[in-house]
Design a binder for this molecule. Structure first.
Ligand code: AHR
Length: 628
């Protein structure tokens, strides 16, 4: 048995014993009475295992974070990678009377039901690291592994600088989803660089030894390789040592991922020059404890998902990165000024969104300078320049289209004014430029997937191929592009359905009407399903169909996105069959982020709002609760 294995076993035993001791010694009352009776909340932490570095680090960081709070106590359990043990651990934690659960699941699918059980029993649940399907949890916090892969790809592509070369990707297989996502992100960048030849080596497991053996075994082939993307810093270290053994350590550049600070971890490897760069995989303990407190205190502004930001750490920027991570922050208490460029007033959703942001600005005592762009990118750019001249504290933009923003965003950056994207996002030429501080809004791709999943599960094909008419939003807007992408992702798996006609209705009632009218002018009505990118277009289509004697909801099934009051009304009438929610009421989350940003807190990559999916069966109940 190797020394490393022995240490691992000792660690496991220690954690197991300490967990048992915690159980036997404590009752909830004892825990609450601890610390001179100041403890108000007990947080249960169910960790999947205490073997993987990342997971051990999460527990350690959570412990460190709560040092700043007298009123929290945490109890940690180690599921030793067993789903059954994790379920049991959670039952114990619930029996103990925890006030909130933080879970890093062993397996996101198999733990979904248990997490739902906790959530249904009114114990808030924060899921970390791996997202579960559905909505039955309070908040998810985790990294975006696809972006991590893209960042590695961008760094390596910049290193090659257009010259031909070879890159070797070393994949671990302990966390298949994580590895798959990193690989997808990396490949997406490499695909855009045909001059770089990419080959992949799947390792036996995610360990330094496994990487060492595999790289050494690659033999002569290595001489052709210019760079390695290692899916973790352990793999990077194993690869480095194998290269050193072959005398190639100075000719092949390595990019790893994780970015821990200890000896032989990513930061140390970068600082010592053993690897070129590491892409940080953030842990999120600080965010977990801060949001846990907000949830326990019933604060407003808690989102559904927080996607953490990863950084490309190189020798050049490592000191800056460490300073940024160690920075302290405080709320200055002064009145914050926000310049806000809203896209327009095209839909019911938009009006509710503007209203939510204005109301929240008042609640948070923030001065809001609102500019309505009336769907014009030029007007938005002009407004942003105006905000820069005014010297506002933060600029918030809901951009009409995804592209064409880099120049004006650089101007804001040069003026030292952070920019937050609200509701819609933009694509940047180079993500490392950090032109956007964070994005707050929906997961449009997921909305598209949900729409198609609903069709697949509820609209039984009565012929060989069901025809879908798609009503798209504005061309080039992120909800349009991503709702289509997500929808098509699920559609690909369902050959019985096909999109036969698509057109842009620009998210307006008239736009939806016009598309149906034009279709009917050209063809005999043969559509089985309408997929509308928003309610307003679906409602316009419904009106037009009725004029032509086609019964919406019956002759043609209709699914739309937004789930406004008008959509529920249409569902009650039986004219709309399903509405996928896109939540416009995130003003509080936005203003909370603005306040945090001004006080110097590091921002997550994305803050995603809570959204559900509704059909006719719940419309009567839901309409009573809908304000917009
Ligand atoms: O960006 C969000 C979309 O914009 C909404 O779904 C739509 O109704 C809107 O106008």
């Amino acid at each position: 048995m190797s020394k490393r294995h022995l240490i691992l076993i000792l660690c496991l035993l220690t954690v197991g014993i300490s967990t048992l001791l915690t159980w036997s010694r404590n009752t909830k009352d004892e825990a609450l009475n601890a610390n001179e009776g100041k403890v108000e909340y007990i947080i249960g932490v169910s960790q999947a295992n205490m073997r993987e570095k990342w997971r051990v680090a999460l527990v350690e960081e959570l412990e460190k974070e709560i040092q700043g709070y007298d009123n929290i106590r945490i109890i940690t359990t180690d599921a030793t990678s067993s789903v059954e043990k994790q379920k049991l651990d959670i039952s114990h934690l619930m029996g103990f009377g925890i006030d909130l659960l933080i879970i890093s699941p062993c397996d996101e699918k198999e733990m979904t039901e248990k997490i739902k059980e906790v959530y249904d029993s009114n114990i808030p649940v924060i899921v970390m690291d791996r997202a579960i399907e559905g909505f039955d949890y309070t908040l998810y916090i985790g990294p975006d592994n696809t972006v991590i892969g893209q960042q590695a790809g961008n760094y390596i592509a910049a290193m090659f600088d257009g010259k031909p070369g070879k890159v070797l990707e070393l994949q671990g297989n302990n966390l298949p989803i994580q590895s798959e996502e990193r690989s997808i992100g990396f490949a997406s960048v490499m695909d855009a660089h045909p001059e770089i030849e990419r080959s992949v080596l799947k390792l036996q497991n995610e360990s330094k030894d496994s990487a060492y053996d595999a790289v050494l075994a690659a033999g002569e082939e290595l001489k052709e390789v210019d760079a390695i993307f290692a899916h973790s810093d352990y793999i990077a270290l194993g690869a480095y040592e194998a290269l050193k053994n072959r005398g190639l350590e100075n000719t092949i550049a390595i990019v790893g991922s994780d970015g821990f600070k200890e000896e032989d971890e990513g930061i140390d490897l970068v600082q010592s020059g053993r690897i070129e760069a590491t892409i940080s995989c953030p842990i999120g303990a600080r965010e977990a404890i801060e949001y846990a407190m907000d949830i326990l205190k019933n604060e407003t502004g808690v989102p559904k998902q927080v996607i953490l930001r990863s950084y490309t750490i190189t020798q050049k920027n490592v000191e800056n990165y460490l300073d940024k991570m160690n920075a302290t922050y405080e709320d200055s208490g002064r009145k914050i000024v926000v310049g806000y460029s809203q896209v327009g007033q095209e839909s019911q959703w938009r009006l509710a969104n503007t209203n939510s942001i204005q109301t929240a600005a008042d609640i948070f005592n923030i001065r809001l300078l609102l500019e309505d762009a009336n769907q014009s990118q030029e007007r938005q750019i002009e407004a942003i320049r105006g905000f820069i001249r005014e010297g506002v504290d933060v600029i918030v933009v809901s951009p009409v289209v995804e592209t064409g923003w880099d120049e004006v965003l650089r101007e804001a950056k040069a003026a030292g004014i952070p920019v937050v994207m609200s509701d819609r996002n933009v694509t940047q030429e180079d993500i490392e430029e950090d032109l956007i501080t964070t994005y707050i809004g929906a997961d449009f791709k997921e909305e598209g997937r949900r729409a198609m999943r609903w069709i697949r599960d509820n609209v039984e094909p009565d012929k060989k191929q069901m025809k879908i008419l798609q009503l798209q939003g504005n061309k080039g807007a992120s909800p349009t592009e991503e709702r289509q992408e997500g929808f098509e992702e699920v559609l690909k798996e369902c050959p019985e359905y096909k999109i036969v006609y698509s057109d842009h209705g620009n998210f307006t009632f008239e736009g939806g009407q016009k598309i149906v009218r034009e279709y009917l002018n050209q063809y005999k009505w043969d559509i089985d399903i309408i997929y509308a990118h928003n309610d307003d277009m679906a409602l316009g289509a419904i009106e037009e169909l009725k004029k032509h004697g086609i019964k919406p909801g019956e002759d043609v099934k209709i699914v739309s996105v937004d789930a406004t009051k008008a959509a529920f009304l249409a569902m009650i009438e039986g004219e709309l069959n399903c509405a996928v929610e896109c939540n416009p009421v995130f003003g509080n989350q936005l203003m909370k982020a603005v306040r945090d940003l001004v006080s110097g807190k590091p921002m997550p990559f994305k803050i995603i709002t809570e959204e559900k999916i509704y059909d006719e069966s719940v419309a009567e109940d839901m309409i009573k609760l809908r304000e917009y």
